[in-house]
Design a protein around this ligand. Structure first.
Ligand code: MSP
Length: 516
């Protein structure tokens, strides 16, 4: 039996103070693309996502609608899980931080940190941003009218004074800098790494890790009145999911995580606090933290006050799930900010999906269905043009894999589309329709080359567009067990003579409702 290499990928766990929006969807889709890619590439993938349910922000939102926090988080967490369903997010586990096993894991890591001598009781007097669930020093803030103060995120901060346990983060300054130095790829993209390094170089202050002015959190062991700072509890989700502290086998298999996918706003928590907690608890550090950019809407930041918060559910209904996934992954180079534009998604659906890819497949498959016996054609001797196309097709998987190595999804799609365009040029030049009468054997060769091109493209587009790619592979008569990247090797080719079903388009054009 071949042992597959384990691969543990996580997303941020979302706050359940409201319903999911396009930003949450973007992160889950991009992580799912990677999880699917790795599965198809033969890895033993464990893909984790879930919801972050404690803290003041969630407690306040629950109180604002007159609900008990647990009832409120039950309701909202369900919306996030539902989102994963309609976005086709193939998680292996959906974790909620209100689960008993998570209390156990959070208390266990707390104890290990305390046993290491890294926790002491003190008092916090300083600024806190509930929206960011983060502490800020005076010099990080900006002043507004009426003496109000704001965090770099624009969220208003409030003055907090309370007894609190502290984590000796200051003692990890040098250890962290050394770690970043020895693991240059730990934080990606590189410009985020530079931000983190300069932040840590300024020296770290000890971190308040318990709160006493509210109780919606994991109780601190043996410390009545203290609940854990929500970020200590939240970050621990990544090992709760592996059964920490009890399941040593799962920890040994999947920890440290291969990649934590998160947004740029929470890089500091993952690249500074989390490794420091883990060093203290004597647990290995994750291999990679990737901070993706933010999705804006028509160039503006999504915000309730602007009324431009987009519901992923409505977008899936309007454009289709594969279409939305394709658009987000193609439009925005991963790691940078990007914008959702209605005009642009419609453009890409119609030109890249319906025309370039959909038409290529539809033309070839309907022609085979009507004029070539509805079977995988039989190839003969290859011409120079055939060999050129074959070479391009053979090089494609490695080119796509290279793009995935740096999570360059958009580049992976560009590479695939270059091949689709090459296949379109090939079909126009070879004109199999004209060969039907003059040279039927040559027609078969050309059609076979094209079927192979579509097969390879469809196998590689599976992580991005699982449903449409499946439909495409069904139409090519590709068996379900011949759809992994293994099938892109020489022996995976289509078998001439395999009967093909009647084709139907996998990529409809987008037509405005009013115009229908
Ligand atoms: N609960 C914390 C994460 C804890 S992880 C141990 C949190 N939650 S969040 O709901 O505010 O954000 C969840 C994820 O969505 C984060 O990675 C965040 O960066 C991402 N996004 C939120 N808005 C976004 C956009 N507009 N665009 C892209 N991603 C964005 O932070």
């Amino acid at each position: 039996m071949v042992t597959r290499t384990p691969y543990f990928i996580t997303t941020a766990i979302d706050y359940v103070n409201g319903k999911p929006h396009l930003g949450h969807a973007y992160e889950k889709i991009s992580s799912d693309v990677l999880a699917r890619f790795k599965r198809l590439d033969g890895y033993d993938v464990f893909f984790l996502t879930g919801t972050d349910e404690h803290g003041q922000k969630v407690a306040k939102s629950a109180a604002a609608v007159g609900k008990k926090p647990q009832e409120f988080t039950d309701e909202n967490s369900a919306y996030f899980k539902e989102m994963d369903g309609y976005l086709n997010v193939s998680y292996d586990q959906f974790i909620r931080t209100t689960e008993p096993r998570h209390y156990k894991a959070s208390q266990a890591i707390w104890k290990r940190i305390a046993d290491a001598g890294d926790i002491y009781l003190g008092g916090y007097a300083g600024w806190y941003s509930v929206r960011d669930e983060a502490y800020f020093a005076e010099d990080e803030l900006t002043g507004g009218p009426d003496g109000k103060k704001f965090a770099p995120s624009g969220a208003e901060v409030e003055w907090v004074e309370e007894p609190s346990y502290f984590f000796k983060l200051s003692e990890y300054t040098d250890k962290l800098l050394e770690y970043y130095d020895q693991h240059p790829d730990f934080i990606q993209p590189a410009f985020r790494r530079n931000e983190v390094v300069s932040f840590v170089k300024q020296g770290l202050r000890d971190l308040s890790v318990s709160r006493t002015t509210f109780d919606w959190g994991v109780p601190v062991p043996d410390a009545p009145g203290h609940v854990m700072y929500v970020w200590l509890d939240a970050l621990t989700n990544y090992i709760t999911a592996l059964g920490f502290p009890d399941d040593e086998a799962a920890m040994a298999k999947f920890w440290p995580a291969d990649v934590h996918i998160i947004g740029k706003d929470i890089v500091r928590f993952h690249a500074v606090y989390w490794p420091a907690f883990l060093m203290s608890a004597k647990l290995p550090i994750p291999k990679k933290i990737f901070g993706h950019g933010f999705i804006n809407v028509e160039g503006a930041k999504m915000s309730k006050s602007l009324g431009n918060v987009l519901s992923p559910e409505a977008m899936v209904q309007e454009f289709g799930v594969d279409q939305l996934r394709y658009f987000l992954m193609r439009e925005v180079p991963y790691g940078q900010d990007g914008s959702f534009s209605r005009e642009q998604i419609i453009n890409r659906i119609n030109s890249e999906l319906a025309n370039d890819y959909g038409n290529l497949a539809q033309r070839v498959l309907s022609f085979i269905n009507k004029n070539a016996d509805a079977k995988v054609p039989t190839p003969g001797t290859l011409t120079e043009d055939d060999e050129a196309l074959r070479k391009t097709l053979q090089e494609l998987p490695d080119a796509v894999r290279a793009a995935f190595d740096t999570l360059a999804y958009s580049q992976a799609l560009e590479t695939i589309w270059a091949v689709i365009r090459a296949a379109n040029v090939y079909v126009d030049k070879q004109a199999p329709w004209a060969l039907r009468k003059t040279d039927p054997a040559r027609m078969e060769t050309v059609l076979y080359m094209l079927c192979e091109a579509i097969r390879r493209v469809a196998i590689l587009t599976q992580p991005f567009m699982p449903t449409a790619s499946e439909k495409m592979l069904d139409q090519l008569g590709v068996a379900p067990d011949a759809r992994s990247f293994e099938a892109l090797k020489i022996g995976g080719r289509l078998t001439p003579g395999t009967p093909l079903p009647k084709p139907e388009g996998a990529f409809p054009r987008f037509v405005e409702k009013a115009a229908e």
